[in-house]
Design a protein around this ligand. Structure first.
Ligand code: NAD
Ligand code: MG
Length: 401
């Protein structure tokens, strides 16, 4: 039986790695649905290559343009909109959903897949972090299998026993050890980071990823999101998880058991490994990744994260303990990162925007999708206000000089 896969975020970095692994196993997997936002040319190329049954664009104009380009390819039906995507990921024709849309935009379709009991390969950590309670309930109610693609959580999953649906069994686990690369600015002081550019922030030393997660890695906001992600996936509190910086990104995370044993998963920093693990689970399939050469790697270093130079991690640790805190953190971070990439604010102002939003919004645990969407909206508007204030202060400052 060929498994029918929906690849959400098909034109992105996770999408490309997923389609690369799928292509290596045409007798096992087929990309039946491809979804993206507005990259029409890349989507056309993917549709000609993979001939999916459906191509869904978030943006209706992009869908129209794609349909025009694919007039000669009758195998693929082009559509647009969140409701359409909900319907397709829940349909019996799809077995597995790869959640690779970036940010809060990915929440709705991922929730639908969970409710419909699909096997979900979760890369879109923002969805889980913003709506953790709701999301985990939907997985349970729908009987979905949830497999983490994020390399650290994938490593944890690999080091734990699981039940038949892939649920991790936590008996005798004392600590989860979440590793962080430290990003491109590891070792720098906060003062030295005020003038760094989006290009420098996106130049990750080990991983090649989309822009948003690259900036998150540079600010360590990504580790904050991943801490919350690990709490939901492995039913832990933040104090049961240690964060360790490991600059080589070879050890992807560890589990310490009560007898002192520490199990680690090692591999190249290449997302095709965790994606292949999730696609193959409980079997294993080839990923096309070069074998790990430990002699040429030479050293594996570990150090404590620098919370002073990178305040986003401390902000996230606090937000995790507040009801709805991570929904606000994640939304404000998305707004701040977009403003940094657009050169409206400085790198060191990203955490200021998040802190402002966490102060401004009245926090409460969102119990429905509507409530999550409302909280997300409030956080975005508070963050946008902070961005506008900072940008106008910066402008005034520049004029005075
Ligand atoms: P990316 O920017 O490369 O790709 C994002 C994808 O999402 C694109 O295909 C884009 O078209 C799609 N998209 C954006 N908004 C959309 C919308 N409204 N509707 C439909 N599609 C939309 O990002 P990425 O690096 O591939 O990351 C994707 C997710 O995976 C993120 O949540 C990220 O945190 C997570 N993740 C990525 C990596 C990595 O190595 N890239 C590793 C771990 C986790
Ligand atoms: Mg990660």
């Amino acid at each position: 039986m060929v498994r029918q896969i929906a690849v959400l975020g098909a034109t992105g970095s996770i999408g490309a790695s997923t389609l690369d692994v799928i292509q290596r196993h045409p007798n096992r997997y087929r990309p039946a649905v491809l979804a993206a936002n507005r990259s029409v040319d890349e989507m056309e190329r993917l549709c000609r290559l993979h001939a999916p049954d459906h191509a869904v664009m978030g943006d209706p104009e992009a869908a129209q343009a794609l349909a025009e380009k694919l007039k000669d390819q009758t195998a693929t039906e082009v559509s647009s909109g969140a409701a359409m995507l909900d319907q397709l990921v829940s349909a019996p024709a799809v077995d597995t959903v790869v959640a690779g849309i970036v940010g809060f935009a990915g929440l709705r379709a991922t929730l639908s897949a969970a409710g419909a009991g699909k096997t979900i390969l979760l890369a879109n950590k923002e969805a889980l972090v913003s709506a953790g309670g709701l999301f985990m309930d939907a997985v349970k109610r729908g009987g979905a299998a949830l497999l983490p693609v994020d390399s650290e959580h994938n490593a944890m999953h690999q080091c734990l026993p699981t039940d038949a649906r892939g649920r991790p069994q936590m008996h005798h686990v004392e600590k989860i050890i979440l590793t962080a690369s430290g990003g491109p600015f590891r070792g720098r002081t906060r003062a030295s980071l005020t003038e760094v550019t989006p290009e420098e922030a996106c130049a990750h030393p080990n991983w090649s990823m989309g822009q948003k997660i690259s900036v998150d890695s540079a600010t360590l906001a990504n580790k904050g999101l991943e801490l919350a992600e690990a709490c939901w996936l492995f039913d832990r509190t933040p104090d049961q998880i240690d964060i360790v910086v490991h600059p080589q990104s070879i050890v992807h995370s560890m589990i310490r058991y009560c007898d002192g044993s520490v199990l680690a998963q090692l591999g190249q920093p290449d997302m095709r490994t965790p994606i292949a693990y999730c696609l193959g689970w409980p079997d294993r399939v080839a990923a096309g990744v070069a074998p790990l050469d430990l002699v040429s790697t030479g050293r594996l270093d570990f150090e404590a994260p620098d919370m002073t130079a990178f305040p986003c991690l401390a902000l996230a640790k606090r937000a995790i303990t507040q009801p709805g805190g991570m929904c606000v953190f994640s939304a404000a971070n998305e707004v701040a990162v977009a403003a940094f990439l657009a050169r409206e604010i400085r790198f060191t102002e990203i955490d200021v925007v998040i802190a402002n939003a966490l102060e401004a919004v009245t926090l409460s645990e969102p119990k429905s999708l509507d409530a999550v969407q409302t909280l997300d909206k409030e956080a975005r508007s508070a963050a946008a206000q902070a961005v506008a204030q900072i940008a106008s202060l910066n402008e005034r400052h520049e004029k005075e000089q």
